[in-house]
Ligand binder design. Structure first.
Ligand code: ADP
Ligand code: MG
Length: 547
């Protein structure tokens, strides 16, 4: 394997390189973000490897990224002391498409080209070819017996692999800049780009000999020293979301539990471009080592929209990097349980505070994330009580506003000891429900439930502060308060005849037809058979699940 070998790119890579060469790439500078992010991944991986493996090349090499510029030769060099790649890994990793953003780009190519947003995808390693007409990668794997190898390509049909001279573990990438990208051969310019896109990378990035990124992880700084703009920047660099987060919570404690974390509630449920990601990622660090990139068990499932970093010295390091099996994972660890509880309580409290102090902003939260909160109440009995203050409803008295259960309780009439609700397919139908006649007459408020999640919600809700929730279609509804006595203008005999006509006409479609003393402005209402109220709600849930 000492002779240089030409290897053709896979078809999909050729297609991508062709696009990159011919598209007007507006965000060209993000090539640096992509290469730094790969270097940082490689450093995290070798750091993680060293926790358990003694047999690593250069165990004492500082974990860092160095960027150099040759102004005359118009080259940029990006080096890391990360995990490195063998010859086979170079072929495998840089000859195919690994990056999920790249796949998404290829799938949505037409739309991306039409709106000239290719730059926003972050096409991973290949974005180097947006600014370079030749890319050389020289790497040496952390495995002690691996030899150094070289990968080189002009971005056409193929690349070349060869043996290389390199003692130190890690990877160096040399970009020979295209004529129209010579502006990047400038330390000052690169420094700006690092600050804009990679400021919060966990390893030092040096340009020349000067550090270019933040020297302390943001979550390790005392919250009072961190400004709103820094949180926003950190969020943007971490998530690539184009909107600022709606809310953040910064945890900082050393005792009794060491916990440094920043959690973000995004502005929108769907974030990212075209990718439409709904779930957040929690990056889990222990002793500054990234141990899980997408920790699933550190927050309850109903908070899965939350993004952030969690770092604790107390976490066990023997947690797999790729994620964990539910039963074998850190979720059984008492420390993980304590961290989870602490994060959950604080996050819930912040949301409750927001609801109280900034109701307008809270409504924007509710409009995006209410399904998650409802799910939490329906599925997590222990969290239920804490989450109840977050609920908001349209009601027969709230008009265009939303009401909380506390609002409802405050407006109950004398003698009322139940919370009434009507379920319908949409808000307008709910408002027009004939079931509401009797309540309106008595000045009793009703919750208007029309969201698909509401049937789930009712499963867990059932009662609030001792007040049972009752569907107004209950045939045995007995209401407090007094209603004006209606004027009766037909005789009993006429009424019985009318009922018989209904019975004959409807036949088996109804169980029975009977007189109502709660209807006022509507001629009739449909109620459910007395013993089947619960079944009917479950049937509704089932219909939603079947969709
Ligand atoms: P992604 O980073 O999303 O996996 P990329 O296209 O950015 O996709 O990188 C492709 C692959 O090349 C990476 O998954 C990694 O295996 C490898 N790679 C790229 N840069 C480096 C590096 N500096 N050190 C080690 N491996 C690297
Ligand atoms: Mg990458």
């Amino acid at each position: 394997t000492h002779a240089p070998t030409a290897v053709p790119f896979r078809a999909e890579v050729r297609q991508l390189l062709n696009i990159l060469a011919h598209s007007l790439y507006t965000d060209r500078e993000i090539f640096l973000r992509e290469l730094i992010s790969n270097a940082s991944d490689a450093l995290h991986r070798v750091q993680f490897e060293m926790l358990t493996n003694q047999q690593v090349r250069d165990p004492d090499a500082p974990l860092e990224i160095r960027i150099g510029v040759d102004k005359d030769a118009k080259t940029i060099t990006i080096s890391d002391t990360g995990i490195g790649m063998t010859r086979e890994e170079l072929i495998e990793n840089l000859g195919t498409i690994a990056h999920s953003g790249t796949r998404t780009l290829i799938e949505n190519l037409e739309a991306a080209q039409r709106s000239n947003i290719i730059g926003q995808f972050g096409v991973g390693f290949y974005s180097a070819f947006v600014v370079a007409d030749e890319v050389t990668v020289i790497s040496r794997s952390y495995r002690p017996d691996a030899e150094a190898a070289l990968w080189r390509s002009q971005g056409g049909e193929s690349f070349v692999v060869d043996a290389a001279e390199r003692e130190q573990r890690g990877t160096t990438i040399v970009l020979k800049l295209k004529e129209e990208a010579h502006e990047f051969a400038d330390e000052w310019r690169l420094r700006q780009i690092v600050r804009r896109h990679s400021n919060y990378v966990a390893f030092p990035i040096y340009i020349g000999d000067e550090r270019a990124n933040e020297s302390t992880a943001l979550w390790h700084q005392p919250p009072r020293n961190v400004e709103a703009s820094q949180y926003n920047e950190f969020y943007r660099q971490m998530t690539f979301d184009y909107e600022e987060p709606l809310l953040w919570v910064h945890f900082s404690s050393e005792a009794p539990l060491d916990l440094h974390a920043i959690l973000f509630v995004p502005a929108k449920r769907e974030r990212g471009f075209i990718e439409r990601r709904m779930e957040g990622k929690i990056r889990l660090y222990s002793r500054k080592v990234l141990i899980q990139e997408d920790a699933k068990d550190i927050l309850p499932p109903y908070f899965r929209f939350v993004e952030g970093v969690v770092d604790s010295e107390d976490l066990p390091l023997n947690v797999s990097r790729e994620g964990v099996q539910r039963d074998a994972g850190p979720n059984r660890d008492p420390i993980v349980q304590r961290i989870k509880k602490s994060l959950t309580n604080r996050l819930t409290k912040e949301l409750v505070d927001l609801a109280e102090k900034d109701p307008i902003k809270y409504v924007t939260f509710w409009n995006e994330f209410s399904p998650f909160i409802k799910e939490g109440i329906a599925t997590d009995p222990l969290a239920r009580d804490d989450l109840l203050p977050l609920l908001r409803f349209h009601t027969t008295k709230s008009g265009d506003q939303l009401a909380s259960l506390a609002d409802y309780k405050g407006r109950m009439i004398d003698g009322q000891n139940e919370i009434y609700y009507v379920i319908a397919a949409d808000l307008e139908s709910a408002r027009r429900s004939p079931h509401l006649d009797a309540l309106n007459d008595r000045g009793i408020e009703a919750l208007l439930l029309y969201d698909v999640m509401d049937s789930f919600l009712l499963n867990g809700l059932r009662e609030y502060q001792g007040l049972k929730l009752r569907n107004v279609d209950d045939p045995n509804l007995s209401l407090p308060g007094e209603a004006p006595t209606p004027e009766v203008s037909i005789s009993d005999e006429q009424f019985t005849r009318l009922v018989n006509v209904f019975k004959e006409t409807l036949g088996e479609r109804v169980t029975t037809v009977r007189a109502s003393n709660v209807l006022r402005h509507n001629p009739l209402r449909l109620v459910s058979p007395e013993d089947q109220q619960y079944n009917r709600e479950m049937a509704r849930v089932q219909r939603i699940l079947d969709r």
